[in-house]
Design a protein. Structure first.
Lengths: 198, 198
């Protein structure tokens, strides 16, 4: 007999992406069966995240400090700003360790379908940051999706009036990509952006 | 940059069945993005479960009380005992509201492959409960899997010496099952156990 506590936990887990009611129930049973190995660490980790993490009021990153460790790091190049859709994208770029500048997290992408308009994202804050000066280059690192590219175009227009170089990530073959398996859109992009062999 | 708190939460979530490292990361981002709608309720639900739920020392059910509400309910038929593999199976049977007796949760099933032996399950406790008398019927409600049925056979042998009726769930066509889509094992069971039309 599932008690109300178990129901509440099942429902809270079922709201996570990738879990539905059935898999949430399985997860709850796993947690109950392996309490010390599973429930206690999860509870502890969740409580720590809840207690310590906050959103950086400058860039939108999530960190234990505000401003976040990237915004506060004097070794980061403050003249380069990389705009991403989500915190996950910032993390992905940080894992590559290739971008020396700072970030700006939009909190999503424009979407007519989902009703997400410019005012739902942190676009005004981005324009404000650029307007303050001191930035030479804005890298629009949106996803290579229709909505990501629409957002990039919109941002490029909004930023146009500032004396900054606006760039975007290159599109083309992914590493390891085989022509035979790639979609036509990627192939067309790769062909259009072809470069002389070095 | 994912802080150590986020890493710890990602790892704790990735250990849940149905979630891997990637989906756990997505879940963490979801939790961080919707803190009040998602992280807080999950934390609260988890803490309540951790605080309030315990395993019934009689039957192995998980409940806010020990003995659990089923074991403690005087309206339940104490002469019928239903043996199940997992707490999830007990809940499934309780949802059907058809079994009036009490339960015994084995905590798994015998498995040569996974190295699960009789002493790893609560079989001795089950034999003890039956040995105390007062039980007329033991329903072996194992899963209709090879391991479930092996477990049922083993239990039947262990219980043989007691003056109780040992039964098991019927096997056959599931409700809505179409012959054309059912496996041969199920069809064979259904044919072997065929009954006169009422």
């Amino acid at each position: 007999m599932a008690s109300s506590e178990i129901d509440a936990l099942t429902q809270a887990l079922a709201r996570l992406p990738g879990l539905g009611p059935r898999s949430a129930r399985r997860a709850v049973l796993h947690l109950l069966k392996k309490r010390e190995a599973s429930l206690t660490p999860l509870l502890h980790a969740l409580a720590l995240v809840d207690e310590r993490l906050e959103t950086c009021s400058t860039c939108g990153n999530v960190d234990t400090a505000n401003p976040c460790s990237i915004c506060a790091d004097p070794r980061r190049d403050s003249r380069a700003l990389c705009v991403v859709e989500e915190v996950a994208d910032l993390w992905a770029l940080e894992r590559s360790r290739l971008f020396p500048g700072r970030f700006h997290v939009l909190g999503g992408r424009l979407s007519a379908l989902e009703g997400i308009r410019p005012e739902d994202l942190t676009i005004d804050a981005l324009v404000g940051r650029i307007g303050q000066g001191g930035i030479d280059e804005v890298v629009l690192a949106m996803n290579a999706t229709l909505e990501g590219q629409t957002t990039a175009h919109y941002l490029a227009e909004r930023i146009e009036r500032f004396p900054v170089r606006v760039t975007q990530l290159a599109h083309g073959l992914p590493v390891g990509g085989e022509l035979d398996y790639l979609d036509e859109g990627t192939l067309a992009q790769a062909l259009r952006a072809r470069r002389p062999v070095a």
